[in-house]
Design a protein around this ligand. Sequence first.
Ligand SMILES: Nc1ncnc2c1ncn2[C@@H]1O[C@H](COP(=O)(O)OP(=O)(O)O)[C@@H](O)[C@H]1O
Ligand SMILES: [Mg+2]
Length: 294
Amino acid sequence: MSDDRIQLPSYLDHVPEVLEYFAEIDQRKVVLSIEHLCREFDSPDSPNGKLVALSDINFEVRRNEFISVIGPSGCGKSTLIRVVAGLEEPSGGIVAVDGVPVTGPGADRGMVFQNYTLFPWLTVRKNVLFGPKMKGLRDDKAMKAADEWLKLVGLTDFAELYPAQLSGGMKQRVAIARALANDPRILLMDEPFGALDAQTRASMQAHLLRIWAAAGVTVLFITHDLDEAIYLSDRIVVLGARPGRILEVIEVPVARPRSPEQFLSGHFLATKKRLEELIHRRENTPNSGGSMHD
Ligand SMILES: Nc1ncnc2c1ncn2[C@@H]1O[C@H](COP(=O)(O)OP(=O)(O)O)[C@@H](O)[C@H]1O
Ligand SMILES: [Mg+2]
């Protein structure tokens, strides 16, 4: 029987262009640092009454980096981003933005979540204006800023519509514009495209890459879609479940700018193979089902 498997490069082998890219990132300032982060929940079902959702998480995100967190359902991805957002307290360890420990929610962290709801009674423009106005920006300045963000997400012509009149993908683009209008230090995204159909999702990924490059923003992005993580990210933090812990941090060996043709490149496929090995290993999943779905 012939073996027609494609010979893939190692996901650890970086072409010179990619090596240079990571060397440049390493020179940048740390925006988000996570040190020895643990988070436990009370759990009557567990033998000791505790469920360890996150155990000794350590990583840093540098200025303008795009970092994804991936892992099976229940491995603590949402808990991690909620702690970074200041919506939940750590049980141990420190999360800091620009060296300042996070103690609660703040405008320095913009959020776009899967079911993040826009204000339904406000127009698209007024949704985006909300942050700048709260910051006390003068009306004309706030309006100019909002319109620039709407232009960037490609929704200039929809400024006077209400959220209910928009498609799911458009709503998420408004949510991104609204988050960016606050000029956050980091954008936190928890499965933002999880509820969208495959085609809309692909177009949102392209939008996000363009927005990320144009806005010069740091992104922490959660997904359980391997292709999405590779296509978008500089680095991917791979989590395992029970307890939620880091299995590996992968420097994506795919050069930028990214394009959909790269989905079939050797470096892309090699990275995907490695992610599959890490995530689908039985011992890393809470039960033998190993579902990647929430
Ligand atoms: N508020 C909570 N109380 C108790 N257990 C929780 C709570 N939030 C999350 N968990 C548990 O922590 C684990 C991680 O959850 P989560 O962070 O939502 O995972 P993911 O987003 O990766 O699917 C799960 O076992 C979940 O049931
Ligand atoms: Mg989740």
